[in-house]
Design a protein around this ligand. Structure first.
Ligand SMILES: O=C(O)c1ccccc1NCC(=O)[C@H](O)[C@H](O)COP(=O)(O)O
Length: 263
């Protein structure tokens, strides 16, 4: 268990156990069900594709294992508004505190500041976290296939679907792609970042996106920095992208987002 993802998952298990002993799963489910209806995450991406635009999931990310401290000062509400006016379709907000300096408060603040649907970007390993995600307002969750058995991925997806949340199933190789296609979600994220070594390589999307069946929606994730990268992803069929660090490092996030989208 020495790779980065393994370390994160080990810590996450302890974090979830502590969280679930402080707030029971029954209570967390009640808090989730008390929320207003989720925003339509997949619909926002489909709308962009239908209009011939790139569907951008714009990430709000303060720090990461690969990038260290990325943005400081860090104002999630202002960032959410900048992304929205620049044409992003959805937001992704890191909520992991230990490795990404994220928080539920950042997600709440970002979502309250705009009308975009929001993905809770975290390492989901237990149903309790899915209820927690909805309770903090998230409209979608990420399922990292390499972190989950098939049975656990299906269980988490079922909980998300019961709450009308979208699921982005993330893969990094062909085997994980096969497993993700066993889920019901249409959103298949291809992560260009190897979560063990943290290296990014856009050739991963070039190899895997063509394997995504026509009834699913591929999302190219990580390592995208310019319009050439976006065009490279579109060329293999990924018209939706998830971008974090590059945009977070720009002083004018709205201008950089527009430039990336070519709008
Ligand atoms: O970003 C990391 O260093 C990282 C390390 C370990 C697990 C996950 C990690 N990142 C999560 C992501 O997948 C990215 O935040 C997301 O795809 C955006 O990538 P980027 O545009 O390269 O910030």
């Amino acid at each position: 268990m020495s790779d980065t993802l393994a370390r994160i998952l080990r810590d996450k298990q302890a974090e979830v156990a502590a969280g679930a002993s402080a707030v029971s799963i029954t209570e967390m489910e009640k808090r989730a069900l008390d929320q207003e209806k989720p925003r339509d995450f997949m619909g926002a991406l489909c709308r962009a594709i239908g209009e011939g635009r790139t569907g951008l999931i714009a990430e709000i990310k303060r720090a990461s294992p690969s990038g260290g401290l990325i943005r400081d000062p860090f104002e999630p509400a202002a960032l959410a508004q900048a992304y929205e006016i620049a044409g992003a379709s959805c937001l992704s907000v890191l909520t992991d505190a230990k490795y990404f300096q994220g928080s539920a408060e950042y997600l709440r603040a970002a979502r309250a500041a705009c009308a975009l649907p929001v993905l809770r970007k975290d390492f989901m390993i237990h149903p309790w976290q899915v209820f927690e995600a909805r309770a903090m307002g998230a409209d979608a969750i990420l399922l990292i296939m390499s972190a989950l058995t098939d049975a656990r991925a299906q269980e988490l997806e079922e909980v998300a679907r019961s709450l009308d949340m979208a699921v982005l199933a993330e893969v990094h190789d062909a085997r994980e792609m096969d497993r993700a296609l066993g889920l019901q979600t249409r959103l298949i994220g291809v992560n260009n970042r190897n979560l063990k070594t943290l290296e990014t390589d856009l050739a991963i999307s070039e190899a895997l996106v063509p394997l995504v069946p026509a009834d699913r929606i591929p999302v190219a994730e990580s390592g995208l920095r310019n319009t050439d990268d976006v065009a490279r992803m579109a060329k293999v069929g990924a018209h939706c992208i998830l971008v974090g660090e590059f945009l977070m490092r720009q002083p004018d996030v709205a201008a950089a987002t527009r430039a990336l989208l070519g709008t």
